[in-house]
Design a protein around this ligand. Structure first.
Ligand SMILES: [Zn+2]
Ligand SMILES: [Zn+2]
Length: 105
């Protein structure tokens, strides 16, 4: 199984200024916390819905709508995310590479 961390980060949504805050993300449909693995997939710990991070939509206390990920900011947000800091250097490097590759496609 791939390495993974509980996903705690700033808000990656378009047009949101909360990229430097720290949210412990929950899946709106079921309330489950989220895992983020080194391949850039986000998985709900409760219902196990799993998809690439940049295909999920995010809502924080800065906006009432669910918004797509800001692809220009996502790598910066991940690089300072507290949950990712707790992972190994290798985990962080692999994750950032995986997400950068997703954005290029
Ligand atoms: Zn869920
Ligand atoms: Zn937000």
């Amino acid at each position: 199984m791939a390495d993974r961390v509980e996903f705690i980060s700033g808000c990656p949504a378009y047009g949101c200024d909360n990229g430097r805050k720290s949210y412990n993300w929950e899946h709106h449909n079921c309330g489950g916390k989220e895992w983020l693995d080194q391949n850039g997939y986000l998985e709900c710990q409760k219902c196990h819905l799993r998809d690439i991070l940049i295909s999920w939509k995010f809502r924080c206390n800065g906006h009432s709508d669910f918004r797509e990920v800001n692809k220009e900011k996502i790598c910066e947000i991940l690089s300072i995310a507290s949950s990712i800091e707790k992972g190994s250097k290798k985990f962080k490097a692999k994750l950032l590479m995986a997400v950068a590759n997703m954005i290029d496609e």
